[in-house]
Design a binder for this molecule. Sequence first.
Ligand SMILES: Nc1ncnc2c1ncn2[C@@H]1O[C@H](COP(=O)(O)OP(=O)(O)OP(=O)(O)O)[C@@H](O)[C@H]1O
Ligand SMILES: [Mg+2]
Length: 213
Amino acid sequence: MRTITVINPKGGCGKTTIATCLASHLSWDGYKVALADLDPQQSTTDWGALRSEEYPEIELINHGSGQVRASRGTDILVLDSPAGVHGKELGQLVRRSQTLLVPILPSPIDMRASWRFLEQLFSLAPVQKGKVKVGLIANRVKENTLIYRELTGFLGKYRAPYVAHLRASMNYVRAAEKGLGVADLPRYLAERDWQQWKPLMRWVESKRSQPKN
Ligand SMILES: Nc1ncnc2c1ncn2[C@@H]1O[C@H](COP(=O)(O)OP(=O)(O)OP(=O)(O)O)[C@@H](O)[C@H]1O
Ligand SMILES: [Mg+2]
């Protein structure tokens, strides 16, 4: 089983949104997916409770129930991490993952906080040795804004790939309130978002996002 963790200690940058949407995309792509909520705020658990059986199944694991253990046969475990992860907890999360996705918002406060986090992350041995692969995501962007260009420049400086930019869209908000991701929305509503998820899914489903052995 492979573990993909969505992580950035900065609150509100889109970890839960991206973890839930990623789980939904992967389940549409035919993987057996589990999604674990590591956050005491329980937003992912709430999301899972709203999801109807009409949509591809995602096994929800609530951290409150003890250890995170996905059912047998699970292909991919997605972890939604809480805000404020640091120190020992960060090290543990990094060690148990093969892939990390780091969402960052186009805002000076978020970019500064994320810079500090990325400095810390890239100094960890598993990241330096390529035992875990990191992908950066610009989230909630408004194209044609200066701050989005600044964020693109900021993300381009890292050796970790800048795997996607996701626009600010009410689709994310509306989907979340029904236990859905943008992949579950109809084409006429979400075509633009699907296009933006394509490079992200290509990276996630390729060897580039997985350690060599
Ligand atoms: N691309 C987007 N477009 C529009 N709204 C978004 C987008 N991404 C996230 N949001 C909204 O931003 C808010 C914060 O997102 P989310 O809860 O996913 O962040 P988080 O990193 O999980 O927060 P926390 O650190 O509190 O766990 C939510 O209201 C969510 O619906
Ligand atoms: Mg969250």
